[in-house]
Design a protein around this ligand. Structure first.
Ligand code: NAD
Length: 262
């Protein structure tokens, strides 16, 4: 899919990767871009690119339904829905039930709500595109946060399932970056895992370039860090070895954390 003359809705569009996607879609000549976020900065992004803002909480299904209805009303149809809003919370299994539920609702259920809301019209038209922002953590793991790893795996699984069931009429892509310089990474700098991810982190503009390319190719996996493909193959070809390697990395990070606390 080329963005020219298309209508796109982007959740999490007020900042980070989502804002870069909104800007890039507008620059590619999209007919309409809806910047959806719970953060009021969505209005600034929309004003900057000549799009529309929608203040929504993606973990609330009624908000997603309203978002889709208003975007459809304004532009006639939605060609591309990007479920990009996400949060990184929690640590291990002792993360509170409240936080497990919150991250589940944002990182996974919001994608379910979006699919429910947009698929009927896309299927009726015989075309449409869903893009999910998951993470390399959804193909591999996240050492510092079990809830993040689990919810991102779930987002990848849902995107695969949607692609199998609704493709090729409805296209599905899944964006799986490793570190990207956004508030999510920057606010954790100092922590060994964030410092590790920073080493190979990329800019949001690079991610947007990769998304434009991936959408043009209608490719399922969009990997701004090509090395992730190698890690995925390593994991698939020898799971035991991959787990041993990840344990070693976890120990190194734990040691770095303890050294930092002294
Ligand atoms: N930054 C990274 O290193 C990285 C790596 C891989 C994947 N990701 C994923 O990329 C996506 C975008 O993250 P980012 O790095 O741009 O972070 P970010 O924190 O800069 O942006 C996330 C945006 O989502 C919005 N948001 C969060 N919860 C919301 C909710 N309930 N309703 C509506 N909006 C909500 C926030 O207000 C914010 O504008 C996330 O899904 C994240 O998990 C980020």
């Amino acid at each position: 899919m080329l963005l020219k003359d298309k209508v796109a809705v982007v959740t999490g569009g007020a900042g980070g990767i989502g804002r870069a996607l909104c800007r890039r879609f507008a620059a590619e000549g999209a007919r309409g871009v809806v910047v959806a976020d719970r953060d009021e900065r969505a209005r600034e992004v929309a004003a900057e690119i000549g799009g529309r803002a929608a203040i929504v909480d993606v973990s609330n299904e009624a908000d997603i339904q309203r978002l889709v209805a208003e975007a459809t009303e304004a532009y006639g149809a939605i060609d591309l829905f990007v479920s990009n809003a996400g949060v990184l919370v929690g640590t291990d299994v002792n993360t509170s039930n409240t936080d497990w539920q919150r991250i589940w609702d944002i990182n996974l259920m919001a994608h379910v709500y979006a699919a429910r809301a947009v698929l009927p019209a896309m299927l009726a038209r015989g075309e449409g595109y869903l893009l999910s922002t998951a993470s390399a953590a959804g193909l591999l793991t996240s050492l510092g946060s079990a809830p993040y790893a689990v919810t991102k795996h779930a987002a990848v699984a849902l995107a695969e399932w949607l692609s199998i069931h609704y493709g090729p009429a409805v296209k599905v892509s899944c964006l799986c970056p490793q570190g990207v310089f956004t508030d999510m990474l920057n606010s954790n700098l100092g922590d060994p895992e964030a410092e590790f991810l920073k080493l190979e982190a990329v800019t949001v503009e690079h991610v947007a370039d990769c998304v434009i390319e991936g959408l043009a190719d209608e490719r399922f996996l969009i990997l701004p860090h090509p090395i992730v493909n190698k890690y995925v193959n390593n994991r698939a070809s020898d799971h035991e070895r991959w787990l041993r390697g990840m344990r070693r990395l976890k120990d190194q990070m734990q040691a770095a954390r303890e050294a930092g606390q002294k």
